[in-house]
Design a binder for this molecule. Structure first.
Ligand SMILES: *Cc1c(COP(=O)(O)O)cnc(C)c1O
Length: 371
């Protein structure tokens, strides 16, 4: 199969073995054999974040990653309580939009998208409002590439008796972390990102005791309720509604490949890929939007060059024609595009990409410092 290099922030480049794992004999997902596949996938997903099956559960859903955000927010807030959204980027802003859509009582603690949140402000906000029962943030703001201090935010949440929910969609299975060490009660991701599988399967990993407690919270969505999906799976080994059957077979294969490659080796590959991105940008004289100390090492935001000849769409189309996909940025005032180190790619792919990018810039008549 023709190999395409996706430098967008997911879906990520997949291996052919993961693509082909979707081609399976037809099966009714209510069969016990399929239930066994889902149980195995759920157990493997817990292992990725070193979550003990005695204390944590993995709940599978059919949908994209935003569904996880929706489910956690609508299902985990007790009646009369408030959510605190620690918001320094587009994904936490989406969580705020979800709170608004459900009419959930919440505080939108906004700060600069170019920096990490200020912990003192988080602490003051928690101390001032005893109604906060849930603290929510994004581990890695995929829109900018900023990595947030979740362990510290989680410690503050727990010190004030709140549950800590983290959107780990763009770090899960890429940056090694352990739920308990990071003070995480709930995390989430979807199959098309870190595990390098297909779109359509999303999952939430959370403390079983808190999921059980949420049985008595208001049910704000019929289709997307965490406790109901959890309880149904526990009782029957099935999703409540039709699962993404073939996508789950692909996820099973992707998890096998994840454990075969190994957590540390995979993280090292992403780091190597990101280093090649930094090198390539510097060689072309392109500037990064986020200071290196707070970058995730997975997404690089590149400032549009200060040159009237720059044209993102033409550069995109040139790269795309050569099999490389680049993606616009998500920073309000600044023109940026993103290059990402996700997926089944390595530094040699990035080196090949920069040859194409250099030619695309030359085609616009833009000189590059070392060209
Ligand atoms: C990709 C991503 C999501 C999910 O986006 P979908 O388009 O719904 O798959 C959520 N949060 C973060 C941080 C992401 O990177």
């Amino acid at each position: 199969m023709e190999r395409k290099i996706l430098l967008n922030p997911g879906p990520a480049t997949t291996t052919d073995t993961v693509k082909m794992a979707q081609v399976v004999p037809d099966i009714c997902p209510r069969e016990e054999a399929f239930g066994a596949v889902m149980r195995e996938v759920a157990a493997d997903l817990l292992r990725v974040v070193h979550a003990s099956p005695e204390r944590f559960s993995c709940v599978l859903f059919c949908g994209s990653g935003t569904l996880n955000m929706d489910v956690c927010l609508n299902s985990l807030l007790p009646a009369g309580k408030k959510a605190l959204i620690v918001n320094n980027g587009a994904y936490s802003s989406r969580a705020v939009a979800i709170c608004r859509a459900y009419g959930l009582s919440h505080i939108d603690l906004r700060s600069s998208v170019e920096d990490v949140p200020d912990l003192k402000t988080v602490e003051r906000t928690l101390a001032a409002d005893p109604d906060i029962a849930l603290v929510y943030t994004t581990h890695h703001e995929t829109g900018t590439g900023v990595l947030n201090p979740i362990r510290e935010i989680g410690a503050l949440a727990h010190a004030h008796g709140a549950a800590f929910v983290v959107d780990t969609t763009s770090t899960y299975a890429m940056l090694p972390f352990s739920l308990e060490e990071c003070n995480i009660d709930f995390c989430m991701a979807s199959a098309q990102k870190g595990i390098q599988a297909m779109t359509g399967l999303s999952f939430i990993i959370g403390r079983t005791a808190l999921i059980e407690a949420s049985k008595d919270y208001p049910v704000r969505s019929y289709y997307c309720n965490l406790y109901q999906q959890y309880a149904y799976f526990k009782k029957t080994g099935q999703m409540q509604f039709t699962p993404p059957v073939q996508t789950i077979y692909a996820a099973k294969q992707a998890l096998k490949e994840y454990f075969d490659e190994g957590e540390a080796a995979k993280a090292a590959r992403h780091a190597r890929t990101a280093a090649a991105i930094h090198r390539g940008l510097a060689a072309l004289g392109l500037k990064e939007a986020i200071r290196p100390e707070i970058q995730s090492g997975l997404v690089v935001s590149v400032l549009y060059p200060d040159d009237a000849r720059w044209n993102f769409d033409r550069v995109h189309d040139d790269c795309y024609a050569h099999g490389f996909t680049i993606y616009p940025g998500k920073m309000q005032e600044k023109g940026t595009f993103r290059l990402c180190a996700l997926g089944a790619i390595d530094e040699t792919d990035i080196e090949a990409f920069f040859r194409v990018l250099g030619e695309a810039l030359a085609a616009l008549g833009m000189e590059t410092p070392k060209g």
